[in-house]
Design a protein around this ligand. Structure first.
Ligand code: GLN
Length: 259
């Protein structure tokens, strides 16, 4: 009798523990994506790739990752954060995936694996409409330059700063704050991805203009933590290829970039 009771209690406990386990820990790290929910880091201040509209996350990246997940039969949960926090969050195991207008770089490849490229971008120099003495990086000597924390724009500016003697670099956590700094004259220039600043200028009266040639070329990729999510990365690439083939990829781009 006693033995039976103990057995019953143990069985119930085991069931309870198992239930809790599946309940709250349905995110994935290990291979095998059946029924897993992958946490996807996004930067929701980055139109036309990622932004919030009527309380929903939307944009090219959001549509692409949703379409890939649907095509490949996995679930995702979007996790908005400052761009600078995304790679650290992947490394800390708080995310499995990142899509954030993230440029594929050799430096980042040391800690993440990238999908096949899905968009061509690159950096541009941006100034206020009434600025007429800045057209290239050399003209930034003695000027205040705004950049966004953790971005390729920030890295590029840090490298150039040494050579060209800026007054100083000012760092922001999101692009709108960086745009504002130049709009209101606190900084004389900023560096941003061309498609993002071109879209922002077309959409809003920011009082900003792009000057000179494109500073760098770059391609966006979807990131997973290096060496940890090979199966997931394969699915992402397969999904991406399917979207391109079916015309869905062009449809998404047109939705945000046409006109
Ligand atoms: N493409 C740039 C980078 O990878 C900026 C990305 C962003 O600000 N979301 O650093």
């Amino acid at each position: 009798m006693k033995k039976f009771k103990l057995f019953a209690i143990l069985s119930i406990l085991t069931l309870l523990i198992a239930a809790c386990g599946t309940d709250k820990d349905d995110t994935a790290n290990e291979s095998g994506s059946e029924g897993k929910v992958y946490r996807v880091g996004i930067d929701t201040t980055y139109p036309p790739f990622e932004f919030e509209k009527d309380g929903e996350y939307t944009g090219i990246d959001i549509d692409i990752i949703n379409a890939i997940a649907e095509d490949q039969g996995f679930e995702i949960e979007l996790k908005p954060m400052d761009f600078g926090g995304i790679i650290p969050s992947l490394q800390a195991g708080q995310l499995e995936v990142a899509i954030a207008g993230m440029s594929i770089t050799e430096d980042r490849k040391k800690v993440v694996d990238f999908s096949d490229p899905y968009f061509d971008a690159g950096l541009s120099l941006v100034v206020a409409n009434d600025t007429d003495d800045i057209e290239k990086i050399e003209d930034l000597a003695g000027k205040r330059v705004a950049v966004k924390n953790g971005t390729t724009g920030a890295t590029f500016a840090q490298e150039q700063e040494k050579e060209h003697g800026f007054d100083r670099l000012v760092q922001f956590n999101d692009s709108p704050a960086m745009f504002q700094e130049v709009s209101n004259g606190n900084a004389q220039a900023l560096i941003e991805d061309y498609p993002v600043i071109a879209y922002a200028i077309a959409q809003n009266d920011l009082g900003l203009k792009v000057v000179g040639e494109r500073l760098t070329g770059a391609q966006y990729g979807i990131a997973v933590l290096k060496g940890q999510n090979d199966e997931l990365l394969e699915k992402i690439n397969a999904g991406l290829a399917n979207l391109r083939e079916s015309g869905k990829y062009d449809e998404i781009l047109n939705k945000y970039l046409a006109e």
